[in-house]
Design a binder for this molecule. Structure first.
Ligand SMILES: Cc1ncc(COP(=O)(O)O)c(C=O)c1O
Length: 374
């Protein structure tokens, strides 16, 4: 393994210092909850035995997660340390140095960085602004060869918020079956679609591996609770072996909190969804009057990936500097996603309404003062 730190982590708001940012538009999740906001019953928590837990994870929690689909049972679920832990287990289980995998770009950086660290040959399928950030299925098919181990997609997509439909998901699963390879669907934003919610991806085929977590939709990244869902028992056994070698089992405290929360979470998402849609309305109204920016309107998630219309006319470094140092506003610059810095990821689900309004205005002002002048 050859690990290299990713810009998105080096420059993340938590590493920069939350106290240095007034309007944080760089996050990819809903607002972080306080422990007391989870409204879990903390009584008896002191009685929790701090032993090693079930290696696959809290059985009750896996049962509840499996319950999101008619086709899954708890044996199809492996709890992991966040979705990030799941992605590591999958990449390290499926890839040897020199193997090939196909990944959508831009992407959540780990989906690319871990295969690279393993020494795999990474083939990119680029999502293009001009094509509405839609996945080119023909290009993807052409990229598969005898050394391909898996295809990796994110749905809804980070950083663009682009969504696939049922037919596209079926096509993808069909490609995996036809070529006898795996399809990884990182669906940490699955609940956050604005339109029709697709089934859990692993329902499409037992060649599909779903990854999700509580971090994004529910603003709970601090309890590090993710999971893999897959109906292929043999593959799940390999993933369990990987988990056991990495950390044996998860944190019993995290699992217990997640379980108690999952039991009572009913109604919780409706409140979050309403808030996200209100914030999306603010974003859309703002975007509609931006002459310097253009976007592909997202279909889900809580991020979008607009770009500067005339980047040659703007000092882009000055823009980001002004945005942070004069206006206290932080977004995810394009280079976090292997993209030109004229693109920026705006996370609109995390800030408060007022921070969002102020932050968006700061983007407008910062572009204005960063224009080339004669
Ligand atoms: C698409 C995607 N997958 C996975 C993760 C990792 O999330 P976590 O490990 O907190 O569940 C992120 C975090 O930003 C993400 O955006």
């Amino acid at each position: 393994m050859k690990y290299i730190r990713m810009p998105i982590e080096i420059e993340s708001p938590e590493q920069l210092g939350y106290d240095k940012i007034r309007n944080n538009l760089s996050e990819s999740s809903y607002s972080d909850a306080l422990l007391k906001d989870m409204k879990v019953d903390l009584r008896n928590l002191g009685e929790l035995a701090l032993c090693y837990g079930d290696h696959a994870g809290h059985p009750g929690l896996r049962e509840l997660i499996a319950g999101q689909s008619r086709f899954l049972d708890r044996g199809d679920i492996l709890l992991t340390i966040g979705a990030a832990g799941a992605l590591f287990i999958i990449a390290s289980s499926l890839l040897d140095p020199g193997d090939e995998m196909i990944v959508v770009r831009p992407n959540y950086a780990t989906n690319i960085a871990t295969p690279l660290a393993i020494g795999a040959n990474v083939k990119y399928i680029d999502l293009r602004f001009e094509e509405g950030f839609r996945l080119d299925m023909e290009a993807l098919k052409r990229s598969v060869n005898a050394r391909t181990k898996y295809i990796s997609v994110t749905h809804p997509h980070n950083p663009t918020g682009a969504c696939m439909n049922d037919a596209e998901m079926k096509t993808l699963a069909g490609i995996a079956e036809q070529y006898e390879i795996w399809l990884l669907v990182d669906e940490t934003y699955r609940d956050m679609v604005f339109g029709e919610k697709l089934p859990v991806a692993c329902e499409y085929s037992d060649r599909v591996i779903s990854v999700s977590s509580l971090s994004k939709t529910y603003g709970l990244p601090g309890i590090r609770m993710g999971w893999i869902a897959c109906r292929n028992a043999e593959l799940m056994e390999t993933f369990l072996a990987a988990k056991e070698q990495i950390h044996i089992c998860g944190s019993l405290l995290d699992e217990e909190l997640a379980y108690r929360w999952q039991v009572r979470k009913e109604g919780c998402f409706e409140r979050i969804q309403k808030d996200i849609m209100e914030k999306f309305g603010i974003l859309k109204t703002w975007m509609n009057v931006q002459d310097d920016l253009e976007w592909i309107e997202p279909g889900g998630g809580c991020v979008c990936f607009p770009r500067m219309r005339r980047p040659a006319g703007i000092y882009i470094d000055k823009f980001y500097e002004t945005l942070l140092h004069r206006y206290g506003t932080y977004t995810g610059p394009g280079h976090w996603f292997d993209s030109p810095r004229q693109y920026m990821r705006i996370g609109y689900g995390w800030p408060t309404r007022d921070q969002l309004i102020e932050g968006l205005d700061a983007i407008t002002q910062s572009i204005r003062v960063s224009r080339h002048t004669r």
